[in-house]
Design a binder for this molecule. Structure first.
Ligand code: SF4
Length: 311
């Protein structure tokens, strides 16, 4: 079984994407309240080889040599991929061996203030950073960054990266009602977006349960209102979960196995990940579709969120 490569995952933003996880769960420079991978267990901005890059490269090669090519190879996973000092080497390995497959990097953008991180990202075809706040107060509340991280430096990192990077930048912003949807915050975010000038601004909201109980997703009307309020070009709302089912790599066998498993007993996403031998992110994509269709439902218990069949 592959340890660091997962999928291909039916991704809303990237189609059929092969995921590469470069940090163990859950090492991140943020502890976002909405994180679908659970609470950060190691909050850090220290870069090191958190997982062995040689083994990651072997797994990528073994997958690509025996499977149809995915639409993207995406460095993502259950933490911040740029924390791994070898992420640039992984990008270069794919670009030189399989130049026809574009490499995307899903990052929280927090390390873009560092010239070495920006340099390592240069070989990527597409970078998808996030920005959910305009003020330090909201940044601290929604993203809960590592101590001392400053919104000004964070935003400037994104601006600097834009001026250096020749590829596409799709900036994701996650709207969380009660956190970052006030007019004052939206104005600050708009000013930051204008400075960064990404190729696309993708508005998203909560899709899976976050690490903090009680969070609510924004409605489609609210997302439309914010999109119109910003009135910026190249802004789009990310399509809802059910469209994932149209993605070619969506497997009804996996859906059936999940259904069979949760029919016998309620399971957490981690339980399902062990049963199926699939990455948590991959399982989450299926759960989103099945919940949207009313096949399964959530039960919040002490050990976390459990999934069971809709009665
Ligand atoms: S959402 Fe991304 S950046 Fe935020 S805590 Fe989770 S892995 Fe880290």
């Amino acid at each position: 079984m592959l340890k660091y490569v997962f999928g291909p995952v039916p991704s809303r933003r990237l189609g059929i994407s092969l995921g590469v996880d470069l940090v163990p769960s859950k090492i991140c420079s943020f502890d976002c309240v909405y994180c679908e991978c659970g609470a950060t267990t190691k909050l850090t901005s220290q870069r090191k080889e958190y997982v062995p890059v040689e083994q990651v490269k072997q797994e990528i090669a073994s997958f690509l040599n025996s499977n149809p090519p995915p639409e993207y190879i995406t460095l993502s996973g259950s933490g911040e991929p740029t924390l791994n000092v070898g992420f640039g080497e992984v990008i270069r390995f794919v670009s030189s061996g399989w130049p026809e497959i574009p490499v995307a990097v899903l990052t929280n953008g927090s390390l873009l203030y560092r010239p070495d991180v920006r340099k390592d990202l240069m070989q990527a075809d597409l970078v998808l950073p996030s920005l959910d706040a305009g003020s330090q107060k909201v940044f601290s509340r929604i993203n809960v960054p590592v101590r001392g991280m400053d919104i000004g430096e964070y935003t400037q990192g994104l601006v600097d990266f834009r001026t250096e990077f020749p590829g596409e930048i799709w900036l994701e912003t996650l709207i969380l009602p009660g956190y970052n949807d006030s007019d004052e915050e939206l104005d600050l975010m708009k000013a930051a977006f204008q400075r960064i000038s990404p190729d696309r601004i993708q508005i998203n909201t909560l899709d899976r349960p976050g690490r903090m109980p009680g969070l609510k997703a924004a409605s489609m009307e609210e997302l439309e209102r914010i999109k119109n309020y910003w009135n910026l070009s190249a802004t789009e709302i990310i399509a809802p979960a059910q469209t994932r089912k149209e993605v070619q790599s969506y497997s009804s066998n996996i859906e059936e196995t999940i259904l069979g498993t949760v029919t016998r007993r309620p399971c957490t996403v981690q339980d399902l990940s062990s049963v199926l031998g699939l990455h948590v992110n991959e399982v989450n994509k299926y759960l989103a579709v099945m919940e949207e269709q009313g096949i399964i439902k959530q039960l919040r218990q002490k050990r976390g969120i459990f999934y069971t069949v809709q009665g």
